[in-house]
Design a protein around this ligand. Structure first.
Ligand code: MN
Length: 363
């Protein structure tokens, strides 16, 4: 297995993006030994001081951004720019493009191509990235930043900044962003709220996971700013091109159920090839939702979908209903994620990739 900058660092589950409807965070999972402590009052105060005193702020989120990464970054960027700060925002993908499903998000005027990103930003803030590798092309910029504030909710965050606002108990990175915006005294208008709400709703799978009274209270504050939850839901989940049905049919048709695998808890897996997508005229970022169909199978605790990207690499999405820690398995193969949603990238054939993964799926 090869490590890929797109491997979910513990992250964002996998390359999963906008349409994710599976748990990004499981609150019952204790942070791993060596995990960063939740932010202290001192950390918050220091972050406020650094950001409030800066004229320019460079923001970055993880590669192949999902709703939480991009929503947190653009929401924070808009709040800062409306307070008069010069803001640039980016993510370090070689092919820099906002996923189609997230193109409705406000604030995209703040985005710059990674090649136009400040080489040595005096103040850089990263959102939803658990490792510096997850910044892709922007990792060297982070290394040269004067101050690097890391805002994230992955328990596996490696602590690559000069200041960390990392809380694994947060349902989404946007929960931390909203707190920061509040502490900075910045306004949350409808555009900022739309970004932060999109981040919250995607990382909680439409309030199916990590849903607490605090999550709903945050949603209420954001909705009160005037956004339309129904319109956001439609943008995120209620539409797909016709070709999606064809590809879904191919993937479903070759799904394999292995009841004895995953320590007897059951495994279901399938794959989507580049050829499947080409035949249906479907771009890579349209197949994120396949895992959410496959993982419904009741006979399996673990669901795996291997997705071949346009370079021939396989991005492997894994989900667990709770018996198996898929983050541990994916981490062993160079990826990472959360206990119930994780991923990694590899270049071997699907059977070979599964042969490496299968023995790691133990309760
Ligand atoms: Mn997140």
């Amino acid at each position: 297995m090869t490590r890929s900058p797109n491997a979910p660092a513990a992250g964002k589950c996998d390359r999963d993006t906008a349409r994710k409807a599976t748990p990004d965070v499981t609150r019952e999972a204790p942070p791993p030994a060596g995990a960063l402590p939740a932010p202290s009052e001192r950390d918050w105060a220091r972050a406020v001081e650094l950001i409030a005193s800066a004229d320019r702020v460079a923001l970055a989120c993880h590669v192949s951004p999902d709703g939480d990464a991009l929503g947190s970054m653009l929401g924070f960027g808009l709040a800062l720019s409306r307070a008069g700060k010069a803001v640039v925002a980016s993510f370090g993908d070689r092919r820099f493009a906002v996923p189609r499903l997230l193109r409705f998000l406000p604030g995209q005027e703040l985005l710059v191509d990674p090649s136009d990103y400040p080489a040595e930003p005096p103040l850089m803030v990263t959102l939803d990235a658990s490792t510096v590798e997850r910044l892709g092309l922007l990792a060297p910029h982070a290394g040269r930043a004067g101050e690097l504030v890391v805002v994230d909710h992955h328990a596996s965050n490696t602590g690559f900044g000069s200041l960390h606002l990392v809380d694994p108990a947060a349902a989404a990175t946007s929960v931390l962003v909203e707190e920061l915006v509040r502490r900075l005294g910045l306004a949350v208008d409808v555009d900022v709220a739309t970004c932060l709400y999109t981040a919250l709703v995607t990382d909680t799978g439409s309030f199916k996971y990590s849903t607490t009274p605090q999550v709903h209270a945050l949603a209420a504050r954001l909705i009160a700013a005037g956004l339309r939850p129904d319109e956001i839901a439609r943008e995120l989940w209620d539409g797909a091109p016709f070709g999606y049905l064809t590809v879904l049919g191919a993937a479903a048709g070759r799904a394999t159920l292995e009841p004895a695998a995953a320590g007897g808890h059951g495994l279901i897996w399938t794959y989507v090839t580049r050829a499947d997508r080409a035949a249906a005229g479907l771009p890579y970022d349209e197949v994120e939702g396949v895992i959410d169909v496959v993982r419904r199978v009741e006979e399996a605790d673990v669901a795996v979908v291997l997705k071949e990207d346009d370079t021939g690499a396989w991005n492997v999405s894994t989900r667990s209903k709770g018996a198996v820690d898929v983050a541990r398995a994916c981490s062993a193969l160079g990826g990472g994620g959360h206990p119930r949603a994780a991923g990694f990238s590899a270049r071997e054939s699907p059977p070979d990739i599964m042969a490496a993964l299968r023995p790691l799926l133990s309760p």
